[in-house]
Design a protein around this ligand. Structure first.
Ligand SMILES: Nc1ncnc2c1ncn2[C@@H]1O[C@H](COP(=O)(O)OP(=O)(O)OP(=O)(O)O)[C@@H](O)[C@H]1O
Length: 279
């Protein structure tokens, strides 16, 4: 059984096919890095797995069952673009708000629920951080707290939407390493979207690349190649590897780096800030 499978899935938004008869299967317990140009459909793919975006054709299955809303087997960390900067709630309260809303009705948290929240915070090394207000944490610290929110209920599939946004390299490294540890500890499959391969390349099991309506999943050295990426980007791409760093080049432009630079990541929250961490 796969953790997440897309079987000939077409997703149409407006007049555009974001995915066009795309097929791939994420194995149970594997860590998949998801890449693709801005607008390739990474967020849409996650929202479709959550049952929030209808498919125009094909079938999505999560752990063998059709994708539906509110699936407790999925932990979801939506994109966060800084909307929490002014928030005075503690990290613990933010994580608890998911527990209250999602799994325990609106009753006060009982001891088991509180233990689960503490466990999730420990899992990402954020129990102490969570005593502080979420608005005063650094971007990397905040991402760890938000990641713990997605762990409540010990899901078998984690969908993490761009956890590295706006983080410096040191924080990127710590978030990626924590995700790897969570993957191993929980034996959960992870789909982790990102704009650049390099922060992920040494920890992921396989890579899922989106583009031109297609999705290609496989080992990094089979997917991140000139021919495959030229098809997905619809442009002549050359992949250059220097020791353990990968450079995806269109002529003399480094594609992933340019996309990141021009996508307004450092500005205020925008339409992607769905603000809803519930599956
Ligand atoms: N409700 C909608 N109606 C029409 N088009 C939409 C809708 N939602 C998203 N889109 C478009 O679908 C495409 C895929 O968007 P999506 O957010 O999934 O891409 P992404 O790969 O996550 O991009 P980014 O890397 O910029 O976050 C984009 O062109 C987006 O503008």
């Amino acid at each position: 059984m796969s953790a997440l499978s897309f079987d000939s899935v077409t997703i149409r938004l407006g007049r555009r096919d974001i995915l066009s008869a795309a097929s791939f299967a994420v194995r149970e317990g594997e860590f998949v890095g998801m890449l693709g140009a801005n607008g390739a459909g990474k967020t849409t793919l996650m929202r479709a797995a959550l049952g929030l975006v209808p498919v125009a054709g094909g079938a999505i299955r999560v752990l063998g069952a059709p994708a539906t809303r509110g699936n407790p087997a999925i932990g979801y960390m939506p994109q966060n673009r800084g909307a929490m900067a002014g928030l005075r709630l503690t990290g613990w309260d933010v994580v608890a708000s998911a527990a209250v809303g999602r799994r325990f009705g609106f009753a006060p948290l009982d001891r088991a629920a509180r233990r689960e929240i503490d466990w999730a915070l420990d899992e990402v090394g954020a129990r102490d951080l969570a005593r502080r207000s979420i608005g005063e944490l650094s971007g990397g610290e905040r991402q760890r707290v938000l990641l713990s929110q997605a762990l409540l209920g010990r899901p078998r599939l984690l969908l993490l939407d761009e956890p590295l946004i706006s983080l410096d390299p040191a924080h990127q490294k710590s978030v990626v390493e924590i995700a790897r540890r969570v993957c191993d500890d929980l034996k959960a499959a992870i789909v982790f979207s990102a704009h650049e391969l390099n922060p992920l390349v040494n920890v992921i099991d396989r890579v899922l690349y989106l583009g031109a309506g297609s999705a290609v999943l496989g080992p990094v050295d089979e997917v991140v190649t000139g021919p495959v990426l030229s098809r997905l980007y619809g442009a002549e791409i050359e992949v250059v590897r220097v020791r353990d760093r990968w450079f995806v080049m269109a002529g003399d432009v480094e594609v992933e780096r340019e996309a990141h630079r021009h996508d307004g990541r450092h500005g205020p929250a925008h339409e992607h800030d769905h603000g809803d961490a519930h599956a």
